[in-house]
Ligand binder design. Structure first.
Ligand SMILES: Nc1ncnc2c1ncn2[C@@H]1O[C@H](COP(=O)(O)OP(=O)(O)OP(=O)(O)O)[C@@H](O)[C@H]1O
Ligand SMILES: [Mg+2]
Length: 258
C-alpha cells in the first residue's frame, strides 16, 4: 500500500474577477511509498503548491482523492508536517517556544516541552540558540526552526514547498545535506517541491516532473544514485540531461499548442 496515494486529482479554481475557471491540476495520480523522498519538479504555476496543499489538507480536490497511510485526507493533521518557503515563525517566541508551539497547544507542561524541543533543535544544528528570537537569526536558521517544528510532531509525512528557495547557495547546500541526513535518520516520507533540477536530483530518490498548467505528471522515476551525491559526476549529469530534455520537450509542446 502506498504511504501517499494520489488518485485522479483534478483541481479547478474559480476566478470570480474574470468570470472563468482555471484548471490548476488535471488528473494527477501518484503513488508515494513509505520512506520515499519525492521531489516534485515543474514550471511556475503548474500546480505544485496546490497539490502539496491538498496532501496537507488545506485545500480540497475538485475531484479525485488523496490518502495518507490508508486514510482519506479531509483536513490538516499531525501525521503531516508542513514546511513553507517562508518559515512562518512567531516573532514574539524564542526558538525553543516556536519549535514546541504545538505541544503548548496540546497542554504539555513546560519541562517536557523544553526536553522534546531540545532534541529537534540539536538535530537541525541550532544547539545554543534555544533562547534566541527569529529576528536574531539568519534566513537559514529560521528555516531550520521551521523544520524542527515540523519534525517535533513526529509526522509520518513531511511536505516541503520550496523551503530553501530564499537561501544563498552555500546555506542551501548545507541545508540540503542536513535534510538528507535527517530523512535517513528518522525514516519519514518527504514530498519536496522545487523549481530546481539540481535540487531535485541532490535530494530525491524519486522524481516527479510535472507539465505546464494544467499540471499533469509528465514523468515519475526512481533516482537511486548513492549519497552523498556528486553533482559534477557523469551519473548526476546524465540524470540532469534527461530531466532537462523532458522540461524542454514540455516547453516546446506548449509553444506549439499556443
Ligand atoms: N486560491 C487560488 N485561487 C485561484 N487560483 C489559484 C489559487 N491557488 C492557485 N491558483 C492558480 O492555480 C495555478 C497553480 O498554482 P500553484 O501555486 O499551485 O503553482 P506552483 O506550481 O506552486 O507555482 P510556483 O512554482 O510559482 O510556486 C496557478 O495558475 C494559480 O494562479
Ligand atoms: Mg508554489
Amino acid at each position: 500500500m502506498a504511504e501517499i496515494a494520489i488518485r485522479s486529482i483534478v483541481k479547478t479554481f474559480t476566478d470570480r474577477t474574470r468570470g472563468r475557471e482555471i484548471t490548476a491540476l488535471d488528473t494527477v495520480s501518484l503513488n508515494i511509498g513509505d520512506h520515499d523522498f519525492v521531489c516534485l519538479l515543474g514550471p511556475s504555476g503548474c500546480g505544485k503548491s496546490t497539490l502539496l496543499n491538498m496532501i496537507a489538507g488545506f485545500e480540497a480536490p475538485s475531484s479525485g482523492r488523496i490518502e495518507v497511510g490508508g486514510t482519506l485526507v479531509e483536513k490538516p493533521g499531525a501525521d503531516r508536517g508542513v514546511v513553507f518557503q517562508q518559515p512562518t515563525l512567531m516573532p514574539w517566541l524564542t526558538v525553543a517556544d516556536n519549535v514546541a508551539f504545538h505541544l503548548k497547544l496540546k497542554g504539555v507542561g513546560r519541562t517536557e516541552r523544553r526536553a522534546r524541543a531540545q532534541h529537534f533543535i540539536d538535530l537541525v544544528g541550532l544547539t545554543g540558540f534555544e533562547g534566541h528570537y527569529p529576528s536574531e537569526l539568519s534566513g537559514g536558521m529560521n528555516q531550520r526552526v521551521g523544520i524542527a517544528r515540523a519534525l517535533l510532531m513526529n509526522p509520518r509525512v513531511i511536505l516541503m514547498d520550496e523551503p530553501f528557495a530564499a537561501l544563498d547557495a552555500q546555506t542551501k547546500l548545507e541545508m540540503q545535506e542536513e535534510l538528507v541526513a535527517i530523512w535517513q535518520r528518522i525514516r519519514c516520507t518527504i514530498v519536496f517541491v522545487t523549481h530546481s533540477v539540481d535540487e531535485a536530483l541532490v535530494l530525491g530518490n524519486r522524481i516527479a516532473v510535472m507539465t505546464r498548467r494544467p499540471g499533469r505528471i509528465r514523468d515519475y522515476f526512481d533516482f537511486d544514485m548513492p549519497r552523498p551525491r556528486d553533482i559534477t559526476s557523469p551519473a548526476f549529469n546524465d540524470a540532469k540531461r534527461r530531466v532537462l530534455a523532458l522540461i524542454r520537450e514540455e516547453a516546446g509542446s506548449s509553444r506549439k499548442a499556443a
